[in-house]
Design a protein around this ligand. Structure first.
Ligand code: COA
Ligand code: AMP
Length: 636
């Protein structure tokens, strides 16, 4: 008989090692692990120590060996280029072998780092798998990041090679990737030796004959090559994914091979309810963790079919694009960010475009990446007539911390809550002094150590930063940096971040990093960036600038320059479009900027005069400045 969620969770809690040992049997190991968990390795322990395996083998070869080579592995659907294609497991394996041979040819060996800076094309997925095949460590960088951000990742990872494309396509705009790569390499202190460039029709890139290679040409030369899957330790890194931290320096989240596969495989069946051969679509980008886990690795580990979609929820060509893809490819479950549904709802609130597409195979919608507002959730439920599952996780965890595990049982849905903790996660709510708070009380959300398989074991070359960022504040726990509460039924509610991170269109951004850039403008003396409410993107950044005393130039000109600067230094993804000049920043008497109060004023929420404020008049000035720019504010 099928176990209930309560039974599965209790079973894990009773004997976590037995739980994960059983889950690990779903993975092919070249050498079985000696220990399911070893507390002696790494900052808080490591999973499946002594085991040897290969992630590419588990994603491709073993399905082919099991006679499923003609099943579909990857569906590429690109409304923006009017292209569609399908790769069977056989075809994907053949292509991955050729890319792996090409990487070898250009000096990439086990443990070397490869940066992948690509749009949403199948070659991006195949390149990730090719790295995994030879034990190289990939680091995918989202295409919306600027050259400077790419340079920081090249230096931190000391990548030997970059795989990129000549261009990406955004609605109404061709994004030339190659000049950004050239600029990043010029800026970086550690220069990659080679650059493989996928030439795409709308814009060919110039190649530097001493360094660059045409991807297609180089890979075609290795067509038919067979590259064995290099055995790697379960604890060896599969990839590094940089994510926003509280400074401009991104954190290099490390993912291992063994624990990652075990956790993702478990999640695919038990959380998403996906079986081999079924189609799963994560409408995200391979540059984010959702893309890594649920466009690439989890569906392929499970022997399912994944969809890589190069388009947007609206505008490619319209707000019916998602329904067309679901209907056409018989998608069973879709995973995206709530912002995508807010965008669709804004354009097609009655779901007129939905009526053009029959979706009898569609079973569930999963939302994550930011708070799912109950209005959007209810709208999606009404339109789709299937369960809409809010679930919560982070780049660091790699798979859901809290969810409604459809593959086990469908629990009652509470709008506004991503439901309950998954096995592996013991969640507690602590006050700032580290004491547990009663149910229903807001506090710091922490997970008891050890974190389960699949979560980051550390940061790339930065154990100390890992300890100080995540483990030091609440000894014995991992700090999620989210604040929220647990109700009397054990449902978790995520309310806000406890650091400077904002979620803009489902993208995780650091306002601290934006402040660092604003402060480099020669006329800016001081600044603060806060996330303010946006009806589609959830939050957008807004910069407050205090100019140097002697500056006489037009403030509007300076504001535009600052906006341009952030776009150039961080990238368009920062969506930093508003900078407002003010006379002074509101501060406490000890000099702390009152960002929370500024945010409340900008959002038109009730706010209280902070008792520690240095000069109350400053907040009135800010209220006026915001009102002049059309941002709502309520009287005190
Ligand atoms: N390469 C280059 N530029 C990119 C890019 C990429 N891969 N992705 C986004 N950008 C650019 C956009 O073109 C835009 O530029 P603009 O300022 O010139 O308009 C800017 O970065 C901001 O992008 P975004 O925040 O995505 O806004 P948008 O208006 O283009 O689209 C949504 C808004 C809601 C439709 C879109 O963000 C979306 O589909 N989000 C949900 C899915 C998702 O990706 N979630 C991520 C985690 S699950
Ligand atoms: P990222 O690392 O980009 O996946 O962003 C992780 C952060 O996004 C979390 O720490 C939360 O702040 C937020 N987040 C993700 N999923 C949810 C959710 N379902 N509800 C509320 N916030 C979420």
């Amino acid at each position: 008989m099928q176990e209930s969620y309560q039974q599965v969770y209790a079973g894990w809690k009773l004997d976590p090692e037995a739980f994960w040992r059983k889950a690990a049997q779903e993975i092919t190991w070249f050498k079985q692990p000696e220990h399911v968990f070893s507390a002696d390795d790494g900052p808080y322990g490591r999973w499946f120590v002594g085991g040897e395996t290969n992630t590419c083998y588990n994603c491709l070869d073993r399905h082919v060996a099991a006679g499923r080579g003609s099943d579909r592995a990857i569906i590429y659907d690109s409304p923006i280029t009017a292209t569609k294609s399908v790769f069977t497991y056989d075809e994907a394996l053949e292509k991955v072998n050729a890319i792996a041979a090409t990487l070898r040819q250009y000096g990439i060996a086990k443990g070397d780092r490869v940066i992948i800076y690509m749009p949403m094309v199948p070659e991006a997925i195949l390149s990730m798998l090719a790295c995994a095949r030879i034990g190289a460590v990939h680091s995918v960088v989202f295409g919306g990041f600027a050259a400077n951000e790419l340079a920081a990742r090249i230096d931190d990872s000391a990548a030997k090679l970059i795989i990129t494309a000549s261009c990406g396509l955004e609605p109404g705009r061709v994004v030339a990737y190659k000049p950004l790569v050239d600029q990043a390499i010029a800026t970086a202190s550690l220069k990659p030796r080679h650059c493989l460039v996928l030439q795409r029709a709308p814009l060919a890139a110039e190649l530097n004959p001493l360094r660059d290679l045409d991807f297609e040409v180089a890979v075609a030369r290795n067509r038919g090559a067979k590259v064995e899957c290099v055995p790697v330790k379960a604890t060896d890194p599969l990839y590094i994914l940089y994510t926003s931290g509280t400074t401009g320096q991104p954190k290099g989240v490390v993912r291992d091979n063994g624990g990652h596969m075990v956790a993702l495989h478990w999640s695919m069946g038990n959380i998403y309810g996906i079986r081999p051969g079924e189609v799963f679509w994560a409408a995200s980008d391979i540059g984010w963790v959702v893309g890594h886990s649920y466009i690439v690795y989890a569906p392929l580990l499970a022997g399912a079919t994944t969809v890589i979609f190069e388009g947007k929820p609206v505008g490619t060509p319209d707000a019916g694009a998602f329904w067309r893809v679901v209907a056409e490819h018989k998608v069973r479950a879709l995973f995206t960010a709530p912002t995508a549904f807010r965008a669709i709802r804004r354009e097609d609130s009655e779901g007129a475009l939905l009526k053009h597409h029959a979706m009898p195979d569609f079973r569930a919608l999963f939302l994550a990446g930011e708070r799912a507002d109950p209005e959007t959730l209810k709208w999606a439920e009404r339109m789709l007539g299937v369960p809409v599952i809010d679930h919560w996780w982070q780049t660091e965890t790699g798979w859901p911390v809290a969810a409604n595990p459809l593959g086990i049982e469908r629990l009652p849905i509470k709008h506004g809550s991503p439901s309950v903790p998954m096995p592996g996660y013991e969640i507690e709510i602590l006050d700032d002094a580290g004491h547990p708070v009663p149910s229903g009380t807001l506090g710091n959300i922490v997970a008891k150590l050890p974190l389960p398989p699949g979560c980051l074991p550390t940061l790339w070359n930065a154990d100390e930063r890992f300890n100080s960022a995540y483990l030091a504040e609440f000894p014995g726990y991992y700090k999620t940096a989210d604040a929220g509460y647990v109700d009397e039924d054990g449902y978790i509610f995520i309310m806000s971040r406890t650091d400077d991170i904002i979620n803009c269109a489902g993208h995780r951004l650091s306002t601290g990093a934006m402040e660092e850039v604003c402060a480099t403008h020669p006329d800016v003396a001081e600044c603060a960036v806060v996330g303010i409410a946006d009806p589609v993107k959830g939050q957008v950044p807004c910069g407050f600038l205090v100019l140097k005393k002697n500056v006489s130039r037009e403030t509007s000109v300076i504001e535009s320059e600052v906006v341009k600067l952030v776009r150039e230094e961080i990238g368009p993804v920062a969506a930093f479009k508003t900078a407002i000049t003010i006379d002074r920043l509101p501060k406490t008497r000890s000099g702390k900027i009152l960002r929370g109060t500024m945010q409340k004023i900008a959002d038109g929420l009730p706010w209280k005069m902070p008792a520690t404020i240095d000069d109350p008049a400053v907040l009135e000035e800010i209220t006026d400045a915001l009102r002049n720019r059309g941002f709502g504010s309520l009287p005190m």
